[in-house]
Design a binder for this molecule. Structure first.
Ligand code: MEV
Length: 437
């Protein structure tokens, strides 16, 4: 029981399932059945999923949904969203509808620069290193040409290499800080391949450099890797309308606008609130990022670092009233791709991109930023008016009903019953008991 295993990855899928079921679960037969129930009946589709990662046993489903009616830069979009949280898609759709009659969303890509670094140790005279770097700039660029050629033909590639002296932070530590344009690709593999080539050219060139002594010749590369912090791969999305058009939710428009601005101000100054505020933004961003097969961990890490760029974690969204116009906007770094990676492999990702009318990476950046802004608007709108639980628990009702084993008829009756009542675990349980008795 629970002993280590040699060569697990070499077992067949059936053998892996058998091993895990019999060694780690209480009801092995049930475990086996459950894992197999989630296999795709289409063997080809299943094979694609099996091969994404190592040791695949089954699939882990998340809902794939659509939030319709997004007017973005004058064009209509239905946003594919992959997320498990009950109220998110409903909130996005509500925000889209709200802004549909108020001019829709505007979005603009501000920059598209990606970053990668070669981190290395140099034990010697720093001024000689800078000299050496100037001498080998061309060699460095030339060494990556076989990798960058195709990207360059389309206008992308390695744009700049800087030598950065980081010895103020760590003794003898330097970087090649490189910037890239990767067009419609997220570009992780492209960037990492370039960086590894730059690292080896750096080492070889130092070794052969006439101006270095023996110690200086042996540069030690620590690692070469892209950075998911992309503050110059930035997109802005915004909405605006005259304050008097914010006439919703039974609250006077001026009061609503003021409260929205106060809510954003609080998230700007208080990290406890900022984290939750931005979590709401990420409900929208992650859902679109996942649906379109992009790397949500990279996006999350980069966005949160950006939210802390002023030295304290702060709101990703902004709000103001100027000359009677309410403005609400977001600026976020988003390194997204619409080619490469999962985009041509995962059938639902392909579909999501088709639903979005085959966007270029820049358009996907705009759409995704809009999803984040819409989600934040919807959350703040509820928070400053009715409170979040009313809508949230309404959407959560079905989850509770499923948890307590309500059948279809009972679900129908109770959804009707709770239209005008407060949803909570205990009220739903009680209502089901009453219905049954
Ligand atoms: C819940 O998923 C997200 C919210 O907490 C966001 C917020 O508080 O702004 C509602």
């Amino acid at each position: 029981m629970n002993a280590p295993i040699e060569g697990f990855s070499k077992l067949s899928k059936e053998e892996k399932i058998h091993w895990i079921a019999h060694n780690f679960t209480e009801q092995p037969k049930k475990t086996e059945q459950l894992l197999k129930r989630y296999w795709n009946i289409d063997g080809e589709v299943q094979k694609i999923h099996d091969e994404f990662i190592e040791n695949t046993l089954s699939n882990y489903y998340l809902p794939f949904a659509i939030a319709p009616n997004f007017l973005i830069n004058g064009a209509f979009y239905a946003l594919p969203m992959v997320i498990e949280e009950s109220s998110v898609v409903a909130a996005a759709s509500k925000a889209a509808k709200f802004w549909l009659s108020r001019g829709g969303f505007k979005a603009e890509v501000l920059s598209t620069e990606k970053v990668g670094q070669v981190h290395f140790v140099f034990k010697g005279d720093t001024s000689k290193l800078f000299h050496f770097f100037t001498d080998i700039q061309e060699t460095l660029h030339r060494s990556v040409e076989p990798i960058t050629r195709n990207m360059e033909k389309r206008g992308g590639g390695l744009k700049k290499i800087e030598l950065r002296d980081k010895t103020g932070d760590i003794e003898q530590y330097f970087q090649l800080h490189c910037t890239f344009e990767t067009l419609d690709a997220m570009g992780a593999n492209f960037i990492n391949s370039c960086l590894e080539q730059l690292a080896s050219t750096l080492k070889e060139s130092a070794n052969a450099y006439f101006g270095f002594n023996e110690t200086e010749k042996s540069i030690e590369v620590v690692m070469s890797i892209l950075s998911n912090y992309v503050p110059n791969c930035l997109v802005k999305a915004e909405v605006s309308c005259p304050v008097e058009m914010l006439n919703e939710d039974g609250m006077p428009p001026e009061e609503f606008a003021t409260k929205m601005i106060q809510a954003v101000q609080i998230a700007k100054v208080d990290p406890h609130r900022a984290v939750t505020h931005n979590k709401g933004v990420m409900n929208g961003i992650d859902a679109v990022v996942l649906a379109t097969g992009n790397d949500f961990r990279a996006v999350e890490a980069g966005i949160h670092a950006y939210a802390a760029k002023g030295g304290s974690y702060s709101s990703l969204t902004h709000a103001s009233i100027k000359e009677g116009i309410f403005h609400f906007w977001i600026e976020v770094p988003l390194a997204l791709g619409t080619v490469g990676g999962l985009t041509s492999l995962h059938p639902l990702v392909k579909l999501a991109l088709e639903i979005l009318q085959h966007p270029r990476a820049k358009q996907l950046m705009q759409i995704t930023a809009v999803a984040g802004l819409a989600q934040n608007f919807a959350a703040l709108r509820s928070l400053v008016t009715t409170g979040i639980q009313k809508g949230h628990m309404k959407m959560h009702l079905l989850n509770i009903l499923n948890q307590i084993g309500a059948n279809d008829m009972e679900k129908k009756e109770l959804i009707q019953f709770f239209k005008e009542r407060t949803v909570s675990n205990s009220t739903v349980k009680e209502a089901l008991e009453n219905l049954r008795s």
